[in-house]
Design a protein. Structure first.
Length: 205
């Protein structure tokens, strides 16, 4: 009996299947694959583009009106006569009223009315071109300084050839400049037409 038991045990051990190693290898591979499939994937670090600074461009300054670079020719209306100027040069007319006091100049500006023509065509806005009242540097009164307001009117650039300008100044009421030119002891008084100028302007070719 004992020998039988030994024999049975021996037979039992010899008949055991010979695939445990293969089974273990298969299970191990399956476990590895499962871990790869179901384990949370680690996201790849984001790709950071290098920051390129944007250059700050200077703004273009706003275009300013282009002024005529040619200095204008000023014709002072002290007498009638002829004036010759080169082509392409702006022309402006001027005349002034001088008085002893600022108030006397202001009275003149309130009373004066200007009319004029260029080659027979009326000039507009003549009364708008009187300047501020200021000290007159050209002389001295009997007592104190003189005061003046200058009229400066732009004719612009005239075409080559001959042109005729006529300017008329008329006072709407009597004014004085504070002088006593006839030595009668009374300030000189002015009314009506105080000046009338006719100027011929020759613009050279």
């Amino acid at each position: 009996m004992p020998s039988l038991e030994v024999a049975k045990e021996s037979h039992s051990m010899d008949s055991k299947p010979q695939f445990p190693a293969l089974l273990v290898s298969t299970l191990t591979l399956a476990t590895v694959l499962a871990c790869q499939l179901f384990s949370p994937s680690t996201p790849a670090p984001p790709t950071v583009e290098p920051s390129v600074p944007t250059p700050t461009l200077a703004e273009e300054p706003a275009a300013e009106p282009t002024e005529n670079p040619v200095e204008p020719v000023t014709i002072r209306l002290v007498r009638s006569g002829d004036e010759r100027i080169p082509a392409g040069v702006p022309v402006q007319l001027t005349v002034g009223w001088v008085a002893v006091t600022e108030e006397q100049v202001a009275d003149f500006l309130a009373a004066i009315s200007l009319t004029g023509t260029l080659d027979g065509e009326p000039l507009s806005g003549l009364n708008d071109y009187w300047g501020e009242i200021g000290p007159y540097e050209g002389g001295a009164a009997v007592s104190g300084e003189l005061h003046v307001s200058e009229w400066l009117y732009p004719l612009g650039v005239l075409d080559p050839g001959e042109h005729t300008v006529e300017i008329l100044g008329t006072l709407q009421q009597s004014v004085t400049d504070g002088y006593d030119s006839n030595n009668d002891g009374q300030p000189d008084q002015y009314s009506g037409e105080v000046f009338h100028f006719t100027v011929r302007i020759v613009v050279e070719e």
